[in-house]
Design a protein around this ligand. Structure first.
Ligand SMILES: Nc1ncnc2c1ncn2[C@@H]1O[C@H](COP(=O)(O)OP(=O)(O)O)[C@@H](O)[C@H]1O
Ligand SMILES: [Mg+2]
Length: 403
């Protein structure tokens, strides 16, 4: 019998083996051991680097094993519509963990809430939380604080250490001055306030590298409120583990040769999504499952080409000719895999073929590329590619067009 392909290329799909990330996991363990929460977590990195699977596959089970409750969600762009919407999100997610908890009337009345319910046994479900929210006077922030405090009072007697509230794709949170809605600032204010009171609800925000600058822009105290973990490509030995361990543990009938392992490790650049993608395709080819006939002639190079078609070409085809010229200049800069400045680009464009770009033209075009999700501005105000290994792809393209 042919064993199923163990690799899992796909957003949020748990990998067969979660390679590396031990220092991140240890760091999170330290955050969980804070007697009073002073530091929350921001987990960022490019798309495909492994944020979601680290959160779900390692941090969540760790927190649970240490006696924490865990809840949260993935944030969509619609969360920015209003503060009310954020409040509803929090209530819905919290009630998932509290709806089994019985409410001690004395406790809840002690915090000034008198549920209008006839039943003797009342659980802190969505409806009850909702009514607490509505009955609390004041601003949206006052109402949310009341809900969070009550939540803690309800779960505390069971002996839990605290609650982790984890939001993925949190770069979608944004204040909207034009609509007079500030959900992001609201979230930060509320957590700062309840944590000051000693309530152990830890905030974990995961998202693209634009996330942390956004938090700091909303509230400067966000600088001190979060530990920022930046996930990056995997190192050499972790890459090998990610490639080899899934096959070893599944006792697969085929294995990669040491040469193939090295080749995958290097072609993937250590980016977890690319590792899963290349390994998956190699495996399919080895087993001949894609078209029914064994195809041992498929090489890593073939598959890297397929990856170009599947992953990069769509993005490349959306940019204009002039933007491509600019992107080629950027990709040729010595530091382009890390970060670059408007000045670097404008200078280099003088040496390149074609019309040079003025600094103001460069900034303007970078703005358009940021909106298209190809570039982002990092914490230090410099620019970087928002898509892993995009510079390599562009360099490959440039080589191909030269006869
Ligand atoms: N540490 C890792 N080891 C092996 N594979 C990983 C690792 N991290 C992520 N992956 C794989 O990479 C892909 C992208 O992971 P994901 O968590 O969705 O990234 P992100 O949330 O950062 O966009 C998935 O296919 C996942 O299985
Ligand atoms: Mg993700």
């Amino acid at each position: 019998m042919i064993s199923p392909n163990p690799f899992r290329p796909g957003a949020g799909h748990p990998p067969p083996y979660l390679a590396g990330r031990t220092s991140e996991i240890r760091e999170f363990e330290r955050l969980l051991s804070q007697p009073v929460i002073l530091t929350n977590l921001v987990l960022t990195g490019l798309r495909g680097v492994g944020k979601t699977v680290l959160l779900e596959g390692a941090l969540k089970p760790l927190a649970r094993s240490k006696g924490w409750l865990w809840t949260g969600n993935e944030l969509s762009e619609t969360i920015n519509i209003s503060e009310e919407k954020l409040a509803q999100r929090l209530i819905t997610d919290l009630s998932v963990i509290t709806s089994q908890f019985e409410v001690d009337r004395q406790v809840i009345e002690g915090i000034g809430f008198h549920p209008q319910r006839a039943e003797r046994v009342v659980t802190f479900d969505h409806a009850l939380m909702e009514s607490l929210y509505r009955d609390t006077p004041g601003l949206v922030s006052d109402k949310i604080k009341a809900v969070l405090e009550a939540t803690w009072h309800v779960v505390k007697p069971s002996g839990v250490k605290g609650i982790v509230l984890a939001y993925d794709e949190a770069q979608n949170l944004a204040d909207r001055a034009d609509r007079d809605q500030y959900p992001l600032s609201l979230l930060l204010d509320v957590f700062q306030s309840i944590q000051k009171k000693g309530i152990p609800i830890l905030l974990v925000l995961t998202g693209l590298p634009t996330l942390f600058p956004k938090l700091v822009e909303a509230r400067t105290f966000a600088e001190r409120m979060f530990k920022v973990m930046v996930l990056d490509k995997l190192g050499q030995s972790d890459r090998k583990d990610a490639i080899e361990k899934p096959i070893a543990t599944q006792q697969c009938p085929v294995a990669f040769t040491p040469m193939a392992v090295n080749e995958i490790a290097s072609r993937s650049g250590g980016y977890p999504y690319f590792i899963q993608y290349i390994c998956y395709e190699m495996f399919e080819a080895y087993l001949g499952m894609s078209d029914g006939i064994p195809n041992p002639g498929v090489t890593v190079a073939h598959i890297a080409r397929k990856l170009d078609g599947d992953f990069f070409s769509g993005r490349w085809n959306k940019v204009t000719d002039r933007q491509r010229e600019l992107l080629r200049i950027i990709a040729a800069l010595p530091g382009s895999d890390e970060e670059f400045t408007v000045q670097d680009i404008a200078e280099a464009s003088k040496q390149a073929d074609g019309k040079p770009f003025s600094p103001s033209h460069v900034s303007q075009m970078l703005g358009a590329l940021m909106e298209g999700g190809l570039i982002f501005k990092n914490r230090h105000g410099k620019y970087a590619f928002a898509v892993p290994m995009l510079a390599d792809f562009i360099r490959r393209q440039s080589k191909e067009i030269v006869p």
